[in-house]
Design a protein around this ligand. Structure first.
Ligand SMILES: O=P(O)(O)OC[C@H]1O[C@H](O[C@H]2O[C@H](CO)[C@@H](O)[C@H](O)[C@H]2O)[C@H](O)[C@@H](O)[C@@H]1O
Ligand SMILES: O=c1ccn([C@@H]2O[C@H](COP(=O)(O)OP(=O)(O)O)[C@@H](O)[C@H]2O)c(=O)[nH]1
Length: 785
């Protein structure tokens, strides 16, 4: 299949421009891992949209720079007067520290001239400028891949402009715990925008989990193992740990120029063991902590003094921000002190360079390094660790890696993991690394080299793009478009023409009265059948050509009470229990289902029920629902947020459950209990019981369903299956396998209808259960028309 063109959008272009004349420009490579990583995207036709690293105010400058950059596949975004407040302000002085658990800098509390709001306004404006440039260059079918915290509002602008655009967003930094993220005043706007993307990616499971948690707690949406579901719209959230381009490092480290550098550096270092640090000079990289740990090591290991050195490449970054100037002074202070303390006339223990270095020199340094020391206090991934591993030669070096770098999850097995805040621990790790046996170094290196070789940037990009294309293609297939208004005439006409009809009806919100008309009681869920339906439903159910199934999350007793008198099928607890009203309930719970979490969850639910007036608990055998629809809405929401924290921390931390945050409820049930997944078993039972011989030729499926239950709409979707359903058995006491020709559904005989949803897998929508009443009336009245 031809690959779509890729528009990469990131704050910075891979090159930083410098004006050398009125119409001429020179370029250097931009710093940082994002640029290094994306340079590895070779297999896509890519256009890169970003800031060229320089302010250009005149038309000639803009034109000539655009032309020169176009030759490199780059498109500049001119940020002009918003740049400072946007980049140095909101991005790097607010989002960056919050995402790395540093909190907002003190000046936001102490200096009235620095306002959060003006910087957020600049952020919005800058995202709008990015949007304008993407819009100008977008061609139908392109994939737009937005990178990082600088462009969190962009997905929303893009989707509002064209809902069919394929949009992905990837975060290169950590996503912090919701407790930290919550402090951000614009927390909801940013999350909502990111959720308009089709796919959201993170480096690690922790970051993805924090994100899901923040969406649940702050927006009150439902989070599943697949992603976030809001009003039927699913945003897939997945983990894609980034890699490097290993061949580039392996090949470079074999170049003769690099080998020459290796010899030269070894000679310069006079036989001392080399500990290397390569970091942007950023507060998150823990460089002062690194120096303190090295000082401790020298303090406690007299024998090593004069035999080991630390070379720190501190690549300049974000010079316009006060915190970055401070960290530089801090580093210089430590270096001066330590060199003064442990240096000699011929050598000092630390070489600290405030500059970036040439790529070949960097590879040479990696290759001769004995210990790479990464002490990030937080880091999205940290590519330097992988680059070091790729460049190793005969005598392997040891990686000391912060447990707070995303890389810790991928390279931890072949590294010495440390807590960078624990100076003693890092100092001990330095000693261990320097004294490590050759065999142990080989063993560790082998593990990590294998990982680095096989998890390349290209692989990372392929995985993300494939997932994004798969998601958007499936979404097109399933929904194609927003649900349509129901063609009532067709529904009725096809109904009257067909011979074996199946009607699957939800209960709550489908066959009950709309909430607004209901009397608000404080004693539980008002689950009563819509009074105008009673007679009509009877009529419908008594037609021998029609099979009616009420499929609900409600428990058996509620369905018995409301539908016991009708000739129909009842599927309680999302299909876990089934009965025809003339028979007994049968259990359809899969044998392996683990329900050990129920007591713990019930305990937490009871606690909150007692403390939230008007709330109540619905228990069933496979799920628990805490409902606060009759409570004070705001207090209920706040309680639900707290409750979720308790649940995640305790009873469900390791359980196979889905937590579904409904509009005014929290539901916990065993994984995979969805209406769609139960359908096959239900169908099997019905067919078997009725001894159906004629295929089902008409299906009407109506529901006010949660996102995870929308799989029931796609279960029968002829366009998706294109093949005849064959209800098969599952579980030991399941019905016999029924005829493979039991469902013979043409597209025009299938009507899936979601109530009150604008994003849904259903083909059609109705506004409320009042419309369902009307529809059922018409089916009864006109069925013979
Ligand atoms: O462009 P700057 O403001 O100078 O910052 C450089 C980049 O820093 C961050 O890099 C992150 O991405 C790396 C690759 O995924 C990851 O390994 C690292 O842990 C992150 O810190 C930032 O996220 C980028 O946007 C910047 O370009
Ligand atoms: O003088 C240098 C030294 C290193 N790097 C590169 O900067 C990137 C740092 O990425 P990392 O993921 O470790 O951290 P980030 O800077 O993105 O936070 C790596 O690819 C390094 O090769 C650089 O651009 N200039």
């Amino acid at each position: 299949m031809a690959r779509p063109r890729l528009l990469v959008v990131s704050m910075s272009l891979p090159v930083t421009a410098k004006r050398t004349g009125e119409e001429s420009w020179s370029f250097t490579m931009s710093p940082g891992g994002l640029v290094s990583a994306l340079l590895g995207l070779k297999e896509f036709e890519t256009k890169w949209i970003g800031w060229p690293g320089v302010d250009v105010h005149d038309a000639i400058g803009k034109k000539t720079l655009s032309i020169t950059l176009a030759e490199k596949g780059c498109i500049p975004v001119f940020l002009e007067e918003v740049c400072d407040q946007y980049y140095n302000g909101y991005c790097n002085n607010i989002l960056w520290p919050i995402f790395h658990y540093l909190g907002t800098p003190p000046e936001y509390r102490n200096d009235a001239t620095i306002t959060y709001q003006s910087q957020y306004d600049a952020y919005k404006k800058a995202n709008q400028i990015f949007f304008d440039v993407v819009k100008e260059h977008y061609e139908e079918g392109d994939v737009v891949w937005c990178h990082d915290y600088h462009v969190m509002l962009l997905p929303q602008y893009l989707k509002e402009y064209n809902s069919k655009m394929k949009v992905g967003w990837f975060l290169h930094t950590p996503f912090p715990s919701s407790e930290m993220y919550k402090t951000l005043p614009s927390r909801s706007d940013l999350l909502r925008s990111v959720l308009t993307a089709d796919l959201v990616g993170f480096h690690t499971y922790d970051f993805a989990r924090h994100f899901l948690n923040a969406c649940m707690c702050i927006l009150g949406v439902e989070a599943t193992s697949e992603g976030v579901v809001d009003q039927g719209k699913v945003t897939r959230v997945a983990v894609f740990p980034i890699g490097i381009e290993p061949e580039r490092f392996i090949n470079t480290s074999e170049l003769s120029e690099v080998v020459q550098y290796m010899k030269k550096f070894k000679n310069d270092f006079g036989g001392r063991k080399l500990i290397l640090g390569v970091d942007r000079l950023d507060t998150i990289k823990g460089i002062p902590q690194k120096y303190q740990a090295f000082e401790k090591f020298l303090e406690e290991n007299e024998d090593w003094r004069g035999k080991v050195m630390l070379l720190q490449i501190a690549v300049p970054t974000r010079n316009g921000i006060g915190e970055y100037q401070k960290i530089k002074d801090q580093c210089h202070y430590h270096v001066g002190r330590i060199n003064g303390r442990f240096g000699s006339i011929s050598a000092v223990p630390i070489i600290h360079l405030d500059c970036s270095i040439d790529f070949n020199q960097l590879c040479a340094l990696y290759a001769i390094t004995d210990v790479l020391l990464v002490t990030s206090l937080r880091d999205g991934m940290n590519l330097v660790s992988s680059e070091f591993i790729a460049c190793q030669k005969e005598e392997k070096g040891v990686l000391i890696l912060s447990e707070f770098a995303g890389a810790g999850q991928s390279l931890g097995a072949g590294a010495l993991l440390v807590n960078p805040w624990n100076i003693k621990e890092v100092s001990t790790a330095i000693g261990e690394a320097l004294n490590m046996s050759h065999e142990e170094k080989e063993r560790k290196h082998k593990i990590n080299f294998q990982y680095v070789k096989t998890h390349s940037t290209q692989q990372w990009a392929d995985d993300f793009m494939n997932k994004l294309i798969e998601i958007t293609t499936n979404a097109e297939l399933r929904t194609g478009k927003a649900p349509l208004e129901l063609p009532e005439h067709d529904v009725i006409q096809q109904y009257s023409k067909s011979n074996n009809r199946l009607l699957i009806l939800g209960f709550y919100g489908t066959l009950t009265q709309p909430m607004k008309n209901q009397e608000r009681r404080g004693d539980g869920m008002n689950l009563d059948l819509h009074p105008q339906l009673k007679e009509r439903l009877k009529e419908l159910c008594s037609d021998p050509k029609t099979t009616v199934v009420v499929l609900s999350r409600s428990e058996k007793g509620i369905l018995d009470k409301n539908f016991g008198e009708y000739n129909m099928w009842l599927a309680a607890e999302n299909g876990m229990f089934l009965r025809h009203t003339s028979g007994e309930w049968v259990t359809r719970i899969p044998e392996h289902m683990n329900l050990e979490w129920i007591d713990g969850v019930k305990h937490v639910f009871k606690y909150f029920t007692e403390r939230t007036p008007g709330s109540y608990l619905e228990t069933s055998e496979t799920s628990l629902v805490w409902n606060y629809e009759y409570s004070d809405a705001e207090f209920g929401r706040a309680q639900a947020r707290d409750m979720l924290q308790h649940l995640w921390a305790g009873p469900i931390s390791n359980a196979s459950v889905d937590v579904v945050r409904g509009d005014q409820s929290v539901e916990v049930h065993a994984v995979g209990v969805t209406k769609g997944s139960a359908m096959e078993r239900i169908l099997g039972e019905i067919v078997h019981n009725k001894s159906m011989t004629e295929p089902i030729d008409y299906v009407l499926c109506i529901g006010f369903f949660l996102g995870k239950d929308e799989d029931v709409y796609t279960f029968f979707e002829p366009e998706l299956t294109k093949k005849t359903k064959s209800p098969s058995s599952s579980g030991s006491d399941s019905p016999k396998k029924v005829s493979a020709t039991i469902v013979d559904l043409k597209g025009e005989n299938y009507f899936s209808i979601a109530i009150g949803q604008t994003h849904t897998k259903a083909r059609y929508f109705l506004d409320s259960s009042d419309d369902v009443v009307q529809l059922i009336h018409k089916l009864c009245t006109h069925k013979n028309a």
